[in-house]
Design a protein around this ligand. Structure first.
Ligand SMILES: [Fe+2]
Length: 386
């Protein structure tokens, strides 16, 4: 999505006959967004991508809604929800609304199945693990703490070098995940003032086409419903592609944070946008430099948004009792802020080492049964001084 990419062989013009050496045609697939009026890619397959031998239901659930939870502040240890599974079956849905769904996963095994999320873009934050993202567009190295931005409709596999310790935080977005508009100039190039630039973005490298017939299971996700499509041809049979729609990676350690004289709001830590929610991140940085600055945040009341934080690493300045893999949800209408002693303790501090991913949603989040299972029952009382 960030910029135009061309890989492999493509014809000199779109939508014309593109012949193999034996005279047969390569099959062009236009992969388009917003009804042919926004970004797109053209993919050139050895075989028709439509050749499905069979379509069948596929049973998979990620977590039921929790009926009628209290509107309050939540802290939960997502690791309590861990189950066995591969890169898509291990996901536990934690929070959701009409715009997005948030999952955590401990991935314990590989799979030969291909996967496609038909209705949602995915941002897969690789908290622990490393490996490779395989897709029609080629291979993309996966590093710890990568954001993998995967457009809806992409057929892919995520394979890790080992499965002893693989943990994901997945943001499923029902609108396009974008590099914020104000990070880009009118030509689409990332601005000098943006916290990352094109050099920080990694794109797939096309490999030799896999021209292989057989039985290839593809699990497709349509909202909460799954189906298995059995493909006659291996889906990674591209000889070339070009365009602006493809999976890409950005590592959180490449994010260049802003620092202010006094405390900057979370919106200054923005990384991606989508319809009705934003993704921000907190990374190591020097603290504010006013002689009387308070580095810890002020108490705040999100009147417009529900705020989810996924804790990645380090010491989170305003919270106690937080470990990597924890989540907090601070809901709109309920104030929150530093716990007792944290404001005073932050004064005079010069820098912070912390990594966290934040999702601010502008519509209220629903909670799943996993929240009930993973939550700290006394979090609401953590602001009470003994
Ligand atoms: Fe907050």
């Amino acid at each position: 999505m960030p910029f135009y990419v061309k890989q492999g062989q493509i014809p000199h013009k779109r939508h014309i006959a593109f012949e193999k050496e034996n005279g047969e045609l390569y099959r062009e697939e236009l992969f388009s967004t917003h009804g042919f009026s926004n970004i797109y890619s053209n993919k050139y397959h050895h075989n028709m991508p439509t050749k499905a031998l069979e379509v069948a239901p596929y049973a998979l659930g990620h977590g039921e809604a929790w009926d009628d939870p209290l509107i309050q502040n939540y802290k939960l240890d997502s690791r309590v929800a861990d189950c066995e599974g591969n890169f898509f079956s291990a996901r536990n849905k934690i929070f959701y609304n009409k715009d997005l769904a948030l999952y955590t996963a401990k991935v314990t095994r590989d799979t030969d199945e291909f996967y496609r999320n038909a209705y949602a873009d995915e941002v897969v934050f690789v908290h622990q693990g490393q490996g490779t993202l395989y897709s029609e567009y080629g291979t993309l190295e996966v590093k710890q703490w990568d954001y993998l931005v995967i457009p809806r409709g992409t057929t892919y596999q995520l394979k890790f070098s080992d499965y002893a310790n693989v943990r994901l935080f997945v943001i499923e977005s029902f609108s396009m995940v974008e590099v914020p508009k104000h990070f880009r100039n009118e030509y689409g190039q990332l601005l000098e003032s943006a916290p990352y630039c094109e050099r920080d973005i990694r794109t797939p490298e096309l490999q030799d086409a896999v021209v292989e017939s057989g039985v290839f299971p593809l699990v497709c996700k349509f909202g909460d419903k799954y189906q298995q499509m059995t493909l006659q041809w291996h889906p990674f049979d591209l000889v070339g592609w070009d365009g602006c729609v493809y999976p890409w990676a950005f590592n959180i350690t490449e994010y260049a944070p802003k620092v202010g004289q006094i405390h900057l709001p979370p919106s200054d830590h923005l990384v991606f946008t989508a319809h009705n929610f934003v993704i921000c991140n907190f990374v190591p940085r020097p603290y504010d430099f006013h002689p009387k600055s308070i580095p810890a945040p002020y108490y705040h009341n999100n009147i417009d948004s529900d705020e989810v934080l996924y804790y990645v690493d380090g010491d989170f300045m305003s919270r106690t009792g937080i470990e990597a893999g924890y989540l907090t949800l601070h809901q709109k209408g309920v104030p929150h802020g530093p716990q007792p002693g944290r404001t005073e303790a932050s004064i005079g501090k010069k820098e912070t080492y912390e990594y966290a991913v934040m999702v601010d949603t502008f519509a209220p989040l629903q909670l799943t049964e996993h929240v009930h299972k993973c939550m700290s029952p006394d979090y609401n009382r953590s602001w009470i001084e003994d």
